[in-house]
Design a protein around this ligand. Structure first.
Ligand code: FAD
Length: 428
């Protein structure tokens, strides 16, 4: 029987490509460990793998199955830097901090690829990323940014594309120009989830699926994580629940907000198709970003973030097909074989939220649609912190991410209004 995530809508193409996933047991009994990790996505699994490899006694609990949140179901695009441009970060925080955050993201990218390679995880890596302007008036910004990145940051992989080159690389005349980033690429995220869990377990991490944390408390130098069938007592804990944490921990919930994002996969398009002949992934200039790529079997995976009824995945294929047809009119009747969604954890400034939310308990998430490489790296930075070096994690902690206005009750309607406004603006 095909397994579907109980917390994210639809059956994903990724789930189909990996077949039966290795199961992990549920926690049954009490445990005493050095570190407890809550959440089995990239952040939690990577932390468990790095901690266990460093000889730390670590237990990780996941309420359902690993990757059932965002990590096993995303667009797979690594990107470069943090969400938003380096120039924006420089304007907001000055060059030194902006460049340090950019360099950290470069390291995150290299780390992901090296981790996969050294641990023999086949993540279906394909190089190349195109960022494209859906309005003519944005083209100049792309040209300036490519120059800035080369001249100011020394990042040589980014080149400006005029309208003709953009059309050739996309196989579509819908966009007006953009940039090609030859220093990044895209992956099958579910394969990385499975591989990271394997590495963590092999290194001695105690991994549990089907085990929800029902509470977390810190007192007297000890952290207690409760679950329906056992308690984990630890010296430290990492909350890695991102957009899926609900009310587990109020500070994280106030700072990281879930928004739905949806993807459809087409039938394989065949090797003669002129769509994305270079195999790059694409993201566009909309505020409600469209992102797409062809995967190794030739299918087009196309994502767009809209407000749908999250509980009704049957709406997704038609909506995605309409978006595909705007870029590739020849695919207006294409068969969508899989459609699915998940929740992206966003923060107000679209930068990661990392904070010690109670003594010895750090929460990390809110990568704002840019977490494929950052969340994996965050796990490594957390392991470094446990080993006594908090310098690099601090770069994120010091961002002082503000809470969403409106509190838990009113922030969704407020965000809905804001997103609807920006989505409207995307059209004009
Ligand atoms: C459709 C979609 C497309 C995306 N595309 C991209 C992209 O192309 N590039 C990019 O960089 N990023 C993308 N992202 C974002 C990226 O996937 C995330 O930033 C990243 O996966 C976050 O990993 P995580 O481990 O922090 O969170 P998650 O993977 O969401 O994991 C959190 C886990 O915590 C578990 N959990 C929650 N509460 C509890 C509890 N009480 N007890 C136990 N477990 C609990 C959940 O079940 C879940 O498995 C996308 C996200 C989505 C949804």
């Amino acid at each position: 029987m095909t397994y579907t995530s109980p917390i994210s809508p639809g059956y994903s193409w990724y789930e189909d490509t990996v077949g039966e996933r290795p199961p992990y047991p549920a926690l049954d009994g009490d445990l005493r460990v050095d570190v407890a990790v809550i959440g089995g996505g990239f952040t939690g699994l990577s932390a468990a793998a790095h901690l266990a490899k460093a000889g730390v006694n670590v237990a990780l609990i996941e309420q359902h199955r690993f990757g059932d949140g965002a990590s096993g179901r995303n667009g797979g695009q690594l990107g470069t830097g943090q969400r938003g441009g380096l120039d924006e970060m420089e304007a907001a925080w000055g060059w030194t901090r902006a460049k340090a955050l950019f360099d950290l993201a470069e390291e995150a990218k290299a780390h992901l690829l090296e981790f996969a390679e050294t641990n023999a995880i086949d993540i279906d890596y394909q190089p190349g990323q195109l960022s494209v302007a859906h309005k003519k008036r944005y083209v100049g910004d792309y040209r300036r940014y490519a120059d800035y990145m080369r001249e100011r940051a020394g990042y040589q992989h980014l080149t400006f594309m005029d309208e003709r080159e953009t059309a050739e690389r996309l196989g579509s005349t819908r966009y007006f120009g953009g940039m090609r980033d030859a220093g990044t690429g895209h992956i099958n995220p579910m394969k990385l989830v499975i591989g990271t869990a394997r590495v963590a377990a092999a290194a001695g991490a105690k991994l549990f699926e089907g085990t929800a944390s029902t509470g977390i408390a810190s007192s007297g130098g000890k952290v207690r994580v409760t679950t329906p069938h056992g308690t984990i007592t630890a010296d430290k804990a990492l909350i890695a629940v991102n957009a899926y944490g609900g009310d587990l921990e109020p500070v994280s919930a106030a700072h990281v907000m879930p928004i739905g994002s949806f993807i459809g996969a087409t039938v394989p398009l065949g090797s003669t198709s002129d769509i994305l002949p270079g195999g790059e992934a694409v993201d566009d200039s909309r505020f409600v970003v469209r992102y797409f790529r062809r995967v190794k079997n030739g299918a087009l995976l196309f994502g767009g973030r809209e407000i749908y009824n999250i509980n009704d995945p049957k709406d997704i294929p038609d909506a995605i097909r309409r978006q595909i047809a705007e870029v590739y009119p020849q695919l207006k009747d294409v068969e969508i074989t899989h459609s699915w969604g998940g929740f992206v954890g966003i923060t107000v400034p679209r930068k990661p939220f990392v904070r010690e939310v109670m003594p010895n308990v750090i929460s990390a998430g809110g990568y704002s649609g840019h977490g494929v490489m950052l969340s994996n790296f965050m796990g490594k930075l957390y392991a470094e912190t446990v080993a006594g070096n908090r310098d690099r994690l601090k770069l994120f902690e010091e961002l002082k991410i503000p809470a969403f206005p409106g509190g838990r009750r009113f922030r969704s309607p407020l965000l809905f209004l804001a997103l609807s406004w920006f989505a409207l603006r995307d059209r004009f």
